[in-house]
Design a protein around this ligand. Structure first.
Ligand code: ATP
Length: 361
């Protein structure tokens, strides 16, 4: 879905939220608007505050300052069990002595649903996560991926308005993780429930999310669609954290309406797109390795010497040391039309205007 968050469709509105644990500021002045029916991901390295933010939305932690509104209502005074949210944790925590069906029914019955209705709803949820035929098994008779799907069915069963998912795929192996990713995305679309998904895995975030918030040290670095985050990073942290990139020192001479003219260390000027907050003077541009292509040295934007190349199957990773000592990585597809350079060859590099991004810091 395309997300334009207006006030009518805001599911979760986080306003200047700060959370301190003694001297540690886990979240510092975080503001985010998450739309109804959105698959929204909190992405960042270990310790950046993702889990704390999720736990504060769920009501397991109280904000030090700031507010969280759910569908227009300030939820500060609501205990966790009164909030229209549910959580799927990294460790599934299923009841080992209850069958799959009973695990999914359990929460519904605690909410006061009669057994027959709880059973019917639990069966629907098991159908949704493709575990209908496993209803009578015990959790120990399931694989890790199946257990995580039971946990998902259990969390979806009360029909929460918002589902919080705290690294739910991290205990699964790579192949399973990739398969469950697609299922999770499909389930979000089928149910229309707003998902807030926490991960430190950028590939997971890029493949599943409508939008991503990148966090570092308790602050929001950038919010945007996967494409915007990858192609138009705002600062060095985001450019480095999402995928691989090359950072080059530049002198920005002019800056207007999101376009900049930047002088490379070679003295050559290039046109770049500029991040919000980019400044004239000393700065950095980011260029993704796949946006660089090898060329003849005549009239190339950059010239350097090949210091390493690594065969990666679908493509080659080529390291180039530029004339002024900076190092770049180039990704070139392995096709018959691309001749691979040898070590110590002098090569030229080209890139298009939109590939170079002047960063804010
Ligand atoms: P991970 O990916 O490793 O789970 P995270 O991004 O979820 O990390 P949080 O668990 O939210 O990070 O932690 C944010 C910061 O707050 C960390 O510095 C952490 O040590 C600190 N922190 C979290 N909970 C507590 C607590 N109960 N008491 C003290 N400090 C805490």
């Amino acid at each position: 879905m395309t997300v334009n968050v207006d006030t009518d469709t805001v599911a979760v509105d986080i306003r200047q939220l700060t959370k301190r644990f003694g001297p540690v500021t886990a979240l510092g002045d975080v503001s985010l608007s998450i739309a109804d029916n959105e698959f929204f991901t909190l992405l960042g390295p270990s310790g950046c505050g993702k889990t704390t933010l999720l736990r504060t939305i769920a009501g397991f932690e109280a904000a030090t300052t700031g507010e969280i509104h759910l569908y227009g209502e300030d939820i500060a005074s609501l205990p966790p069990n009164k909030r229209p949210v549910n959580t799927v944790f990294q460790h599934y925590a299923l009841f080992p002595h209850l069958s799959v069906l009973q695990n999914v029914m359990f929460g519904l019955q605690r909410l006061g649903k009669p057994a027959s209705q709880a059973r019917q709803r639990a069966q629907e949820m098991l159908d949704l996560v493709q575990l209908k035929d496993f209803a009578d098994r015990l959790p120990t008779q399931l694989s890790g991926g199946q257990q995580q799907r039971v946990a998902l069915a259990r969390a979806l069963a009360p029909n929460p308005k918002v589902l919080l998912l705290d690294e739910p795929l991290s205990a699964l192996d790579l192949k399973l993780r990739q398969a469950v990713r697609l299922e999770l995305q499909q389930i979000q679309q089928d149910t229309g429930i707003t998902f807030i998904f926490v991960t430190h895995d950028q590939e997971e975030a890029l493949t599943m999310s409508d939008r991503i918030a990148v966090l570092s040290e308790g602050t929001v670095q950038q919010v945007g669609t996967p494409k915007a985050i990858y192609e138009q990073p705002e600062n060095r942290f985001v450019a480095n954290f999402i995928g691989e990139t090359n950072l080059l020192n530049v002198q920005t001479t002019t800056l207007e309406n999101g376009d900049a003219m930047c002088e490379l260390q070679s003295g050559r000027s290039i046109q770049c797109t500029a991040a919000h907050g980019a400044k004239v003077g000393d700065g950095h541009i980011s260029i993704r390795p796949e946006q660089l292509s090898l060329s003849h040295t005549d009239d190339a934007l950059l010239v350097g010497k090949v210091t390493r190349h690594v065969y990666l199957g679908t493509d080659m990773q080529i390291s180039v040391e530029l004339e002024h000592g900076e190092h770049l990585t180039v990704r070139q597809q392995n096709t018959e039309t691309h001749a691979m350079p040898s070590l110590n060859d002098t090569v030229g590099l080209q890139f298009s205007t939109n590939a170079a991004r002047l960063l804010a810091d």
